[in-house]
Design a protein around this ligand. Sequence first.
Ligand SMILES: Nc1nc2c(c(=O)[nH]1)N[C@H]1C(S)=C(S)[C@@H](COP(=O)(O)O)O[C@H]1N2
Ligand SMILES: [Mo]
Length: 331
Amino acid sequence: MTLIRVPKSWEIPENQITPEAVYFNRRRFLKTLVGASILPILGCQASSDSETNKELAATLNQPTVKSLNTNPAFANVDRPITNELLAGQYNNFYEFGSGKSIWQAAQALPTDEWKVEVTGLVKNPRTYDLDDLRKKFPLEERIYRFRCVEAWSMVLPWLGFPMRLLMEEVEPTSKAKFVRFTSYDDPQIRIGPAWSFSGKLPWPYTEGLTVEEMANDLAFFAVGIYGHFLPKQHGAPIREVVPWKYGFKGAKSIVKIEFVETQPATFWNTLIPYEYKFEANVNPDVPHPRWSQATEKFVGKGPNFSWERRETLPYNGYGEYVAQLYSTSRT
Ligand SMILES: Nc1nc2c(c(=O)[nH]1)N[C@H]1C(S)=C(S)[C@@H](COP(=O)(O)O)O[C@H]1N2
Ligand SMILES: [Mo]
């Protein structure tokens, strides 16, 4: 094996660091150096330890969503649904750590007394509690491709409702051009980093869309996954799902939805604007500044992690739904 000197963190130029990927990649690098199996790095430790496996399964075993219909337009995709145990142990949720293995730490998220405030430029401001989120809007299942900006992908069966139904209830005014989503944040509970090589992390996690994007058929609020209400690691009790955009656009554990006039500041775009754009549509032709986006590593049926190399599709395969949003609004 070639001996490579691992640069100290202070020797790595800032432009080589992705906050989203750095800890994971450096861990992988270190493990490779010591000749360890690749499996623990991919989050497979659970498969070899039945106690941990049981604990993981318990976190996923949320109440079942009853009388569920799969929306026929989103019942099939061109690849298998990702194994539930794999999706539930390989997550991005920076509030609970910068690695992928946050599922245990995320159990500290307090979801029982949840409230989501819908505010800003709307005719009917509302606050929804947990029961409203689960019962007010008719729930459906949608099987969507999911593409992280880090070039891994999954297929996930979400349960929830189109964002448009919420818009119809709160009625954004004609001044509202954007929406901003804010994730739950309690510095007492958050164990994720406060700083990265690019600066101070702008907690709480925030994301945003244009109101046209939010009104699109695909834009979805998920309250469940795999037939159950959301486990905490997936962003309980409500998160955004916008499958034509990179994964970081989908804020988890939302507490506030705000309609605003100008493009809102968002978490990754504030931290590293040249790497994480506000729009962030999946586009195989536009490389990330430090890696290609032409292909992705797909996590499939399992039961163990295996990474299948696939071509990345423009708009993650959803161009027929969303391409017109961009050709007409920006000529
Ligand atoms: N609040 C919050 N939401 C978040 C993130 C996060 O760190 N915090 N990570 C994002 C990223 S980068 C991805 S890829 C997805 C991961 O969703 P999953 O773990 O349910 O697959 O969540 C997104 N939403
Ligand atoms: Mo991501």
